[in-house]
Design a protein around this ligand. Structure first.
Ligand SMILES: [Fe+2]
Length: 120
């Protein structure tokens, strides 16, 4: 049960924190599944089983991507970071440096989203 992994009393958490928790725990589970399927596929000698495990791994990647998109749409801080780093080509640390140096809302700055009372 996901409430077992809460780190504060449930009644003290905002609706946003609880929804984000459910999405993050689910994302972690999907990423674990990707890792497990990948390793088992590499470890098996049976080509049919390998194909099935890789197929399942790709499905878990799809599930993880869907959750990440939900997180992006639901959390402005995540959205800011994802917008900064995803689907870019420059060296990642250079992107961070640019984001901070240019004074863009970005990698480690305050965002308006952190100030909003999100559906308490
Ligand atoms: Fe899944």
């Amino acid at each position: 049960m996901s409430s077992e992994s809460l780190h504060a009393p449930r009644e003290r958490l905002s609706k946003h924190a609880l929804r984000l928790h459910h999405a993050l725990v689910s994302l972690i589970e999907e990423l674990d599944a990707v890792d497990w399927y990948r390793q088992r596929a590499d470890d098996t000698e049976d080509e049919a089983l390998k194909g099935l495990l890789l197929h399942n791994m790709r499905e878990e990647m799809e599930h993880a991507s869907m959750l990440l998109e939900w997180i992006r749409r639901s959390d402005t801080d995540f959205a800011t970071h994802l917008k900064t780093y995803l689907f870019t080509e420059k060296p990642i640390l250079e992107i961070e440096s640019d984001a901070e140096g240019n004074g863009k809302p970005g990698a480690h700055g305050f965002t308006v989203g952190t100030l909003r009372d999100e559906n308490r």
